[in-house]
Write a protein that binds this ligand. Structure first.
Ligand SMILES: C[S@@+](CC[C@H](N)C(=O)[O-])C[C@H]1O[C@@H](n2cnc3c(N)ncnc32)[C@H](O)[C@@H]1O
Length: 297
């Protein structure tokens, strides 16, 4: 929310000078950012590093029971770009609540609702919130495919959907080679053992179910609002280049009224480099994720 202050000055016809933040355009329909902040967010490469103790990584001590929790600070930035105050956000793969905490951190009375299969992730989320005095938002414990059974979803309209689904069965793969040697273990780290978990499906069934869930979610999204999806590619294989982000763009573009608008590439500086393939052949160290952006038009 734009706060009144003595330093606010009118600039030309539509601008309000917010000092160091830059100039806010009163015609801005999407967010409460200044022009300078807006343009910064549209950079296609996004490099961040959130240390385990950074305030933007709230309650990581509890949330780290999850194999891939997102830094809430990252989600806060996404929420600040795609929403105004009093907005409602849906996360159909809530995990330990990166989006829900991000919404609380964004402030302006923004609220979020999560859906997650695994109750122990919800418990970890609640502990993280209690330890940091962060507002606890609702999380439905169920398969997202059942979201319409809940009034909280079926009777609401959302200003933003953020989805961080499992990346097919990537987490289920037993570690081999350098990473296993360096970590001293070969265990796979699936999110859950449930058969409903997208992460436990083969590629074909994964894509089919992801599309169904995103289609359902998109029916609850307001017009001209955004749906943001995180994803990662796999290592290329002999018979498949495994470009999952491209598959997801094509797949979700088939959902009525959903228009792909572009992507940001998020480089997580906290990721370590491993000597995969060394000293024989090139094997990519994938230290980025795709943030795919769709709009309901
Ligand atoms: C990549 S993680 C999300 C992490 C989350 N962004 C966070 O910050 O903690 C994906 C989550 O989706 C959940 N999941 C998988 N299939 C699901 C389904 N069908 N319905 C609801 N949740 C599901 C998994 O249990 C996992 O926690």
């Amino acid at each position: 929310m734009l706060k009144k202050s003595h330093s606010i000055k009118k600039v030309k016809k539509y601008g309000i000078d917010l000092g160091e933040r830059g100039v806010y355009d009163v015609r801005n329909k999407l967010n409460e950012l200044t022009g300078k902040e807006w343009v910064y967010f549209t950079n296609s490469i996004w490099i961040t590093g959130y240390s385990p103790t950074a305030i933007e990584n709230a309650g990581l001590k509890y949330r780290k029971i999850h194999p891939s929790p997102k830094p809430p600070g990252l989600l806060k930035d996404i929420i600040l770009f795609f929403t105004k105050s009093n907005s409602l956000i849906l996360d159909p793969f809530a995990g330990v609540g990166g989006t829900l905490i991000g919404a609380a951190m964004a402030g302006g009375n923004r609220k979020a609702i999560g859906i997650e299969l695994e109750p122990k992730y919800y418990d970890a989320y609640k502990k993280a919130c209690l330890s940091e005095c962060i507002e606890i938002m609702p999380m439905i414990i169920d398969d997202s495919l059942n979201m319409m059974n809940y009034k909280l979803i079926a009777e609401e309209e959302f200003d933003l959907i953020i989805a961080d689904p499992p990346y097919s069965n990537m987490m289920n793969k037993v570690r081999t080679g350098q990473k296993a040697k360096l970590n001293g273990e070969k265990l796979a780290t699936p999110y859950t053992d449930y058969q409903e978990d997208l992460g436990n499906l083969n590629r074909e069934r994964y894509l089919e179910k992801l599309k169904k869930i995103m289609h359902l979610a998109s029916t609850r999204l307001k017009n001209n609002k955004y749906l943001v999806v995180f994803c990662k590619d796999f290592q290329p294989e002999k018979d498949n280049p495994n470009i999952l982000h491209a598959d997801i763009i094509y797949l979700l573009s088939e959902i009525p009224r959903l228009q792909y608008k572009g992507m940001r590439i998020w480089h997580d500086q906290a990721m370590s480099l491993y000597p995969f393939g060394y000293p024989y052949s090139f094997v990519m160290n994938q230290i980025h994720q795709y943030v795919l952006i769709f709009r309901k038009e």
